[in-house]
Design a protein around this ligand. Structure first.
Ligand code: AHQ
Length: 246
């Protein structure tokens, strides 16, 4: 007996509720971030996270430029370009990547060791590159909607602003600029990303495909944290047992 599979498209509100339901996979629930939020990480584990996330930050504008290169719609590009300017900087605004380097310095890393990417783990690099390459080859609507993990980002930025100063008093307060900046930028980006998404996916099949695209991006974020957990919590970076001077 074949079960009648419901193929009725979700309404925009139902579709949005389905997207919000994916929060359960967000990396705020990853043990690395749970322990971070509980103040249980040591300085090396915080520094490792900041140094690795730097690679994600510098790839975001490249990802966004790939989306723009694939997008023929001027109105969309005129809005999407904001994301690149906010990360790379423009006019007298040094931008989010510069603010992330400031976070690195605030946790005790030197500018050179951050920008050299010498601490970036292979698993972090591969996860981020998978995201950039997806954005290069996917339909621009799909690439745009993959940024909607940021639906859940304001919460994780707020957590850091609320808890780091008491958990990690050794972090220079200048480092918090990035998290404050992203609180408002993420909300604005999500508004635009959601508009594109709720308009584009019409059939139930397309809507379910979008949920799998969002799950791919959630996997990118989760896998980055997995690589850091192996390296900095278990002290098992790649080849730790092969090459003693790792
Ligand atoms: O700092 C982050 C950022 O600039 C972005 C851009 C956006 C995208 O285009 O995929 N996603 C994102 C995220 C940022 N910070 C992450 C964090 O945990 O600090 C969250 C991440 C996201 O949710 O995708």
């Amino acid at each position: 007996m074949n079960d009648a599979v419901d193929k009725t498209p979700w309404s925009k509100n139902e579709f949005k509720a389905q997207l919000l339901g994916m929060e359960r996979y967000y990396h705020i629930h990853h043990p690395y971030h749970v322990l971070m939020n509980e103040g249980k990480l040591n300085e090396a584990q915080i520094r490792g996270w900041v140094a690795n996330r730097y690679y994600y930050q510098i790839c975001i504008p490249i990802k966004d430029a790939a989306i723009m290169a694939n997008c023929p719609d001027r109105k969309t590009r005129a809005l999407w370009i904001q994301r690149i300017l906010e990360h790379d900087g423009h006019a007298d605004n040094p931008g989010g990547i510069e603010a992330w380097i400031q976070l690195g310095q605030a946790v005790g890393l030197g500018r050179e060791e951050i920008v050299s990417e010498e601490y970036v783990l292979p698993g972090v690099r591969f996860s981020v590159d998978a995201y950039v390459n997806f954005a290069r080859r996917a339909d621009w609507h799909e690439a745009a909607s993959s940024s909607l993990t940021e639906l859940f980002a304001p919460n994780i930025h707020q957590q850091r602003l609320d808890n780091w100063p008491s958990h990690y008093p050794w972090v220079d307060l200048k480092g918090y600029k990035y998290f404050r900046k992203r609180l408002s930028e993420a909300r604005r980006d999500v508004k635009h990303g959601l508009e594109i998404t709720l308009d584009w996916y019409r059939t139930r099949e397309e809507q379910e495909k979008m949920l799998s695209i969002l799950k791919f991006k959630l996997d990118v974020l989760w896998t980055m944290a997995d690589s850091m957990y192996m390296a900095y919590m278990h002290h098992m970076p790649p080849y730790y047992n092969i090459d003693s001077n790792i």
